[in-house]
Design a protein around this ligand. Structure first.
Ligand SMILES: CC(C)(COP(=O)(O)OP(=O)(O)OC[C@H]1O[C@@H](n2cnc3c(N)ncnc32)[C@H](O)[C@@H]1OP(=O)(O)O)[C@@H](O)C(=O)NCCC(=O)NCCS
Length: 167
């Protein structure tokens, strides 16, 4: 079956995630991040937000993913008011494939999906010690908009970062 390609980065394809990609996504998550979710959670997010759940593929192998929910609530960008916003729940790229622009491609693809659904901003939580991810988000225009102490199970704090999109 033809899969919906969102963009290409060299030999890599950024495309919409399919149900059959979920086992690979779960494996990448297990390998790269301390936060894991039940299988059901991945399928739920895919069923509800298929436009903002993307994978990066190289030669038939999934090497990265971003899953992003669309929410309505208080803005993280404006001082006051409500907004439709994309929430990056999880993003990861296998170590061997990092530093090639795939993380950037996944975020940009998710932003486009959120904008198509009338979202005007993006936000995410990142471990305060995850300096490489933080610098990538800064490069993409995300700014710190809050901090949540003891956010992660091991007690580490989260930095909340947000950006306006679709202008
Ligand atoms: C965060 C993460 C998803 C980034 O993925 P990535 O594919 O390496 O991201 P990119 O390649 O777009 O950008 C990473 C760096 O490579 C550089 N880069 C991008 N394209 C490049 C290219 N074509 N050639 C060389 N370097 C490049 C970027 O400038 C960036 O540099 P910086 O880290 O100094 O800012 C990845 O590091 C990862 O999976 N980490 C573990 C999981 C994690 O921490 N997830 C985030 C949780 S909030």
């Amino acid at each position: 079956m033809q899969k919906a390609v969102v963009s290409r980065i060299g030999q890599y394809e950024i495309r919409l995630c399919d149900r059959e990609d979920i086992p690979a996504v779960i494996e990448i998550n297990a390998e790269t991040l301390p936060e894991h979710y039940s299988d059901y959670f991945y399928f739920e997010i895919l069923a509800e937000f298929p436009d903002t759940f993307l994978v990066a593929e190289l030669g038939g192998k999934v090497v990265g993913y971003v899953m992003c929910r669309i929410e309505y609530g208080f803005s993280h960008v404006k001082r006051l008011g409500l907004a439709r916003k994309g929430h990056v729940v999880s993003i990861a790229v296998l170590e061997a494939h990092r530093g090639k622009g795939i993380g950037t491609g996944l975020i940009r693809g998710a932003e486009e999906g959120v904008a198509r659904k009338s979202g005007t901003e993006m936000y995410l939580e990142v471990r305060v010690k995850n300096t490489s991810a933080i610098s990538l988000y800064e490069m993409l225009g995300y700014k710190p908009s809050g901090r949540m102490d003891s956010y992660y199970r091991d007690g580490e704090a989260a930095l909340l970062m947000a950006a306006q999109i679709g202008q």
